[in-house]
Design a binder for this molecule. Sequence first.
Ligand code: EPU
Length: 428
Amino acid sequence: MEKLMIAGGSPLKGTVRISGAKNSAVALIPATILAESPVTIEGLPDISDVQILKGLLEEIGGEVSFENNDMTVDPSSMISMPLPNGKVKKLRASYYLMGAMLGRFKKAVIGLPGGCHLGPRPIDQHIKGFEALGAHVTNEQGAIYLRADELRGARIYLDVVSVGATINIMLAAVRAKGRTVIENAAKEPEIIDVATLLTNMGAKIKGAGTDVIRIDGVDNLNGCRHTIIPDRIEAGTYMILGAAAGDGVLIDNVIPHHLESLIAKLREMGVQIEANDEQVFVGPAEKMKAVDIKTLVYPGFPTDLQQPFTSLLTAADGTSMVTDTIYGARFKHIDELRRMNANIKVEGRSAIINGSVKLQGAKVKASDLRAGASLVIAGLMAEGVTEVTGLEHIDRGYSHLVDKLCGLGATIWREKLTKEEIEQLNNA
Ligand code: EPU
């Protein structure tokens, strides 16, 4: 086990290249199960979630190669092997195996990940969709059992706008008989990316990126090549970092349109932002103004950037309020930021941040992926050395974080945890 050591205070400068989108990757890889011949996905991020999914596809008989960020999956020998335990429990997005295996084999057994870090994350809308398509779904000892004699298209209205349910229903419906209509669908760019891959495989999907998606089922899907979209949350994290601790940071391989809500907020704070087709430059800000943010479904402010943004707001002039309407309990990073001298209180779904504070290095723990990003940003802003444990969360979603930050001039490195430190963490 390792920890991250950050010596704060050096201004970051230079160019950082963004990797492929994690939240697309975790759906695109299971989607390959639906094809009859090899599928290549180009530009995948080098993160542990991708490695876990590779292992899971191999477990069910897939032949998978992953080199230089390109993955080729030959799904022709896959079988509908139950996956109630093991690797599947390590991955929150393992639920996409349900839709993909149900679509291909008409049956699946998938274990659900345990303890949740963002508060409750139900999958009732996924299940409602599978049932509408004709599947019988039961939950037995922490694993979901799905079975259908035949999948038939259906009209499905999502009660909650859900990225996961929209994609999962799409995965099952592309090989159902007849037409499926998903109403009140989520509109995130990752949904368009998955629909693009499926369409390249021969699926018939219209309306991805709007709130009504129409899918006409087909009997077979073929292999193809697909290039993943850039990770808008990784890009957003580096933009926030550029504003918080930068002296001119160029973010390369980004679709600025995906980040309009963040760009607008940074500009409102007084941060200089220039964007072209695939790059965003974040200039130094003389003085940053406090702003309020409220997380919303796309194209609103993303919940995944709420935690990194909170760190930035500790340096702004005045009081800011951050409200998370998607995950009301996504505030585990606040206690850690307080250890670093931040002046923040949480009331219900909101955090109130009193700014103009100089953060101080401290020993802190990442409880989830984006909490980790928020602590790394805080560490880079702080005086002195910050030690971040819980690195396994950060490794799930940020490709080559240390290398990318060192490339910008940060003083950051990984260190092995001592036996005593491991014991302390286990007892905490
Ligand atoms: N919800 C339900 N029932 C459902 C599904 C969702 O009530 O069946 C609720 C959730 O509790 C939440 C809201 O609907 O309040 C939105 O959840 P959604 O289903 O959209 O989230 P998700 O698909 O599980 C993805 C990302 C998350 C990101 C959210 C919101 C992936 C693998 N994960 O999760 O990313 O926060 O959308 O944008 O795509 C992250 O990257 O750190 C991360 C957690």
